[in-house]
Design a protein around this ligand. Structure first.
Ligand code: TPP
Ligand code: MG
Length: 1079
């Protein structure tokens, strides 16, 4: 080893950790401002030596110039030395920065291992420590650290051996890889390999040995870090966590498995392989996104489940993409094989819902874990094709399960997320979800991530799809350890699975298992991979599948016989065949078999068309509003901000007047639900205060950090918990999370609020793929509420529009079909539609619509446009009278002023929604048109209140009907409202048409009705019986006599949702009011 280089290197790196031995040429130390230490005093220092003299000289000069410019220990030394301290007493060790035990390595401990006899003296001080001993030991320590930090770079991770310097491919050298040890490589040669070195406490490779020959140290490090497992963990900031991992991978024999475990592993691999092979045989032309090349995924997941179950976990919530999903459903969740096989059979559905493709479906199973003999629950959350989108949903569902089970540390409920390599590095939602992992109200106390890293995404190579070295690098942001493992080494995979489960159980933090594998077929079974990856696939074709490799290994080891291995295969084949035969007799598939979040007991015994009342007793209103307007009970100790005190005072004034503003209407809705035992959770950016500083649910002590008061959480002694939490700045992840949360417990009001409604589009995938269509695809209900601040108030293009039009466009009600006006009209509509879209104009109506979410006998998402200026508008207040027991949500708030008493004389009936109502009424008043223009508010836009709209129109028979909106014509509610008002007015048909039984004739559109000449194609010949029934249903009396149309008044079309120019904005407002009101 090159001593001089090593020493200078080490000196440069850690000068103070290296006590120097003697100071030779003291003439080099020149005194300036103060007297230099006497040469004899310095020369006698036992730790100074010749090679360190230059260094000491520099240090001394610096000290003379400015004593503060050197480390405190040198300062002390020079002071003592110049003051004439006796030799050996001038030096004082520098203060330790970290706890010295158990990984502090005293230099004195290095000497014994280098004694020529190899026998350590009892005390280090008994033997003089040479420079070489120190240098060499420090180099060895550096080498050990290098393996821990960079061993993964040369680990034999890739079954294809495509792109790394795998150990197995290196020439048979005894020296370590330069990639790993880097600069230390120069200090090692063959002659050093036989020498013994004392092992520092920062490694566990020694087991019970205190010192080992370098050759053995390196071998053990290679075994730990460079074989089939590559461990990335040295970036973790916690020393305790790093040591924990070192111990798991360095302790000799760390991968030991007994024969029973090996046989179980073989059986699991055999089933995993057998499942795919069977489907490939039976359904050769069907897409199934098979697992071939990563069959180890199934035993891996089972191992995580076994180990976690033994550590106390009872419930597993899982999210996964397409790859291997059917195999996981069958072999991990034990979904009946018949259910899976019937999905291939092209059968009709036997129940509600439009269904989804088989590799997106979810499931929920309760079963016995045979290894631990404990009952467990397993859910795979249904997901769309959109890769990784399910991640936050799984996290929210997991969190909710933990919350409702009182599992505050996540000991009982565990989330497992599976990923593809390309998606894991490519999709931003992965990063956004990781950032929820440690937030107090969003953590699931550690997720186990498993990446099926087949080194390809569809047809794209990693080098074209990511810029990070590993596909897993995103996980480093949360200090999650990453275990890369060669998927063709089943025992190594089992080891990392055990460690991952133990890690999560110990530290309650995320962890990643990167299964480095390959994809034996194309992206799906019909794709030809040789078009794009010819070399890779030439190599893949030569590889034996892992079940064969492992069976051969166990046969060689004598763990199983060839016959036993065959028996395992045959037995599973028989199970598959029997299920296949049984599935043939099925005639229907059922969507209900694939529900991931069953709500047992929720629907039973309920009238599906009967909602509970939403009004509450006045005492309840008063109590909640008083509490909401009060400082904490210990007000004298809790100093609140003066401005907030003013807000509380004005709230109290409202209580006296029996009125509520927007914030109080919302609070009393929450409070009354909490009183009834319904958990309320409000989450989003800055929701605690409210973006517009109107809510203030959390009061902060002005003098004491983290001292807070939340009045709604302290309303009643036996109330349900209230959660209000500021979220991370992510819409996609947080909305997905809240959706997942809402799936667990139907008796909870879960709300996500956007900072401004505009930002909801960064969560578009959750809205489109889950909220809008989730019930239809997966018959899974949710009562999630989205609060979207919306309104044109001159705040520019990006703070004005929640894109109401998009939500309306996705509603599933038919604009051309008028449902029968029965007594249960309103609730039937709610039951039939995919979601509710509303834009309330009063706090009273806000109160009712929020409470109605829970009062309904089913759950529907509620998309609520919420106001900004109305939060403080003097007229946007409601009386307690609008919220007491006999009251309810008003879908339409009819005109109540002078025009209402002048039905026949009203010239115009304006329908509008939301804030523009207040602008219109003010302008109408100013124009003196209160008795000739009626203004009615459509508060629930979807499902459309046909009955009430028609009622209003009938009230004013001669009025022109106008829809007035502040949004541009191609936005807002206009295109949704227009055909529906027309249908309400002109296409009245007293028949109820169920969606599935509609015929072409039934669904004749309003346009066809009004403009029959445009639709001149011969009508289909109707079935005579049907024609007769229809004729009876459409009695001549109900045929419209005149065609009434609805006119648009508002801003013209635009590409941008709003102008950024204040003046233009005001001009537009003036114009839209004129358009609406000019008679
Ligand atoms: C958000 C999104 N973009 C694109 C796709 C189309 N797509 C489906 S699978 C796939 C490749 C995924 O590669 P990887 O994540 O490595 O998984 P693998 O198929 O290799 O298991 C792509 C691009 C998609 N489903 N979702
Ligand atoms: Mg891939």
């Amino acid at each position: 080893m090159n001593r001089a280089r090593a020493l200078s290197h080490l000196l440069a790196r850690a000068p103070l950790a290296l006590p120097l031995r003697t100071l030779g040429a003291t003439g080099a130390v020149r005194g300036k401002a103060s007297a230099p230490p006497s040469p004899s005093a310095l020369a006698a220092e036992p730790f100074l030596n010749g090679s360190s003299s230059n260094y000491v000289e520099e240090m001394y000069n610096a000290w003379l110039h400015d004593p503060k410019s050197v480390h405190q220990s040198w300062d002390t030394f020079f002071r003592n030395a110049t003051a004439g301290a006796p030799p050996g007493e001038a030096y004082t060790s520098p203060p330790t920065l970290a706890e010295p035990t158990p990984h502090h390595v005293p230099l004195s401990s290095l000497a014994p291992a280098f004694s020529s006899s190899g026998v350590a003296p009892a005390y280090a001080s008994e033997a003089p420590i040479s420079d070489k001993v120190i240098d060499d030991h420090l180099a060895v320590q550096g080498i050990i650290r290098a393996y821990q930090a960079r061993g993964h770079l040369v680990a034999a991770l890739d079954p294809l051996g495509i792109d790394r310097e795998a150990l197995s491919e290196r020439p048979p050298v005894t020296l370590p890889s330069k990639t790993v040890v880097r600069n230390y490589f120069d200090y090692i040669d063959e002659s050093d390999m036989e020498r013994s070195f004392k092992l520092p406490l920062s490694t566990f490779v020694g087991g019970n040995e205190k010192s080992l020959p370098l050759k053995e140290i390196i071998k053990r490090l290679e075994d730990a870090y460079c074989r089939s497992i590559g461990v990335e963990f040295m970036f973790i900031n916690s020393l305790e966590q790093c040591n924990w991992i070192r111990q798991k991978f360095e302790t000799p024999g760390f991968m030991h498995m007994d024969n029973k475990e090996k046989r179980l592993l073989l059986a699991r691999i055999t089933r995993s392989h057998g499942f795919e092979a069977f489907l490939a045989r039976k359904f050769s032309s069907e897409k199934r996104f098979g697992l071939e090349g990563c069959e180890i995924l199934i035993p891996a997941m089972k191992q995580v489940i076994d180990r976690s179950t033994s550590l106390g976990v009872e419930s597993f919530v899982m999210g996964m993409p397409h790859r291997g999903r059917l195999n996981v459903l069958s072999n991990v969740c034990r979904k009946p094989l018949e259910h899976i096989f019937t999905q291939f059979a092209g059968l009709d559905t036997g129940d509600e819902g439009s269904g989804d493709v088989k590799y997106h479906l979810g499931t929920y199973q309760e079963r016995l874990n045979r290894v631990t003999n404990k009952n467990i629950r397993l859910a795979i959350v249904a997901n769309p094709s959109h890769l990784e989108a399910v991640n936050p949903v799984v996290q929210g569902k997991t969190r909710a399960e933990q919350f409702y089970h009182g599992d505050s540390e996540g000991n009982k409920v565990l989330s497992v997320l599976l990923h593809g390599d390309a998606a894991f590095s490519g999709q931003g939602i992965v990063y956004e979800t990781f950032h929820l992992s440690e937030l107090p109200e969003y953590t699931t106390h550690g997720t186990i991530h498993i990446v099926v890293n087949n080194q390809i995404g569809f047809t794209t190579d990693p080098r074209m799809s990511r810029s990070s070295p590993y596909c897993t690098d995103v996980a480093r942001v949360v200090n999650a350890p990453i275990f890369h493992v060669n998927a063709d080494d089943p025992e190594a995979v089992m080891h990392v699975c055990n460690v991952a489960a133990d890690w999560r159980n110990t530290f309650h933090k995320d962890v990643v298992i990167d299964l480095v594998c390959y994809r034996r077929n194309g992206h799906n079974e019909i794709d030809e991979p040789m078009f794009t990856q010819p070399l890779m696939y030439n190599r893949i074709r030569k590889l034996k599948p892992v079940n064969e490799l492992y069976a051969e290994k166990l046969i060689t080891e004598g763990v199983v016989t060839a016959q036993e291995a065959k028996d395992v295969r045959d037995k599973y084949e028989k199970i598959l065949e029997e299920a296949f035969t049984a599935a043939k007799s099925e005639t229907r598939v059922f969507n209900k078999h694939w529900i991931d979040s069953p709500w047992s007991g929720f629907f039973e015994g309920k009238d599906p068309l009967k909602a509970s009342p939403t009004g509450v007793h006045e005492d309840t209103l008063t109590h909640i509003c008083r509490r909401f307007s009060s400082a904490p009970p210990n007000a004298s100790d809790f100093q609140i901000h003066r401005g907030l005190q003013r807000i509380l005072n004005s709230r109290m004034e409202m209580v006296k007047e029996r009125t509520v503003d927007w914030a109080m209407g919302e609070a009393v809705a929450f409070g009354s639900l909490l009183k009834e035992g319904v958990h309320v959770r409000l989450s989003g950016q800055d929701v605690e205060r409210g973006t517009f500083s109107h809510r203030h649910h959390v009061l902060h002590h002005q003098k004491v950090d983290k001292s807070q008061y939340n009045s709604l959480a302290n309303l009643y002694p036996d109330q349900a918990p209230y959660t209000v939490c500021n979220s991370s700045l992510s819409e996609y992840a947080v909305l997905g999370f809240e959706l997942g949360f809402s799936m667990t417990n139907p008796n909870a009001l879960v709300i996500w609020e956007a900072q401004f409604g505009d930002f909801n589009n960064t969560a578009q995938c959750i809205i489109d793929q889950f909220i809008s269509s989730g019930q239809t695809k997966w018959i899974r209900q949710t009562g999630l509420v989205m609060l979207l601040p919306h309104g044109m108030e001159g705040m520019g293009p990006e703070h004005s529009s929640a894109r109401l039009e998009r939500f309306l466009q996705m509603t599933s009600d038919d604009p051309d079909v008028l449902p029968a006006f029965s007594s249960d009209f309103a609730i039937r509509q709610l039951s039939d539609i995919n979601w509710i879209v509303a834009n309330c104009s009063t706090p009273g109506n806000l109160f009712h619509i929020l409470r109605r979410q829970i009062a309904l006998p089913f759950r529907k998402p509620l998309i609520l446009m919420t106001p900004k200026s109305l939060l403080r508008h003097p007229e946007a207040k409601s009386s307690f009278d609008d919220m007491v027991e006999t009251t309810e949500f008003q879908r339409v708030i009819p005109e109540k002023g002078a025009a209402a008493n002048n039905g026949a004389g009203v010239k115009r009936l304006i329908f509008c929604s939301g804030k523009v109502y207040y602008d219109l009424t003010a302008a109408r008043k100013e124009a003196g048109l209160e008795d000739s223009i009626a203004i009615s508010r459509v508060e629930q836009i979807a499902p459309f209140p046909y009955d009430l709209v028609k009622q209003e129109c009938d009230k004013y028979p001669d009025a022109e009907v106008v829809w007035s909106q502040e949004e541009n014509k191609n936005m807002g509610a206009w295109s949704y409202v227009q055909p529906r008002v027309a249908t309400a007015l002109n296409h009245e048909r007293h028949i109820t048409v169920s969606q599935s039984s509609q015929t072409d004739t039934d669904s004749q559109s309003w346009y066809e009705y009004c403009f029959p000449w445009l639709f001149s194609a011969p009508a289909p010949v109707p079935d005579p019986a049907q024609a007769q029934a229809q004729a009876q249903a459409q009695s001549p009396a109900s045929e419209p006599k005149v065609t009434r149309v609805v006119r648009y008044a508002g801003r013209p079309v635009s590409a941008s949702p709003a102008t950024g120019n204040k003046k233009t904005h005001l001009r537009e407002v003036k114009q839209l009011l004129e358009d609406s009101l000019a008679l």
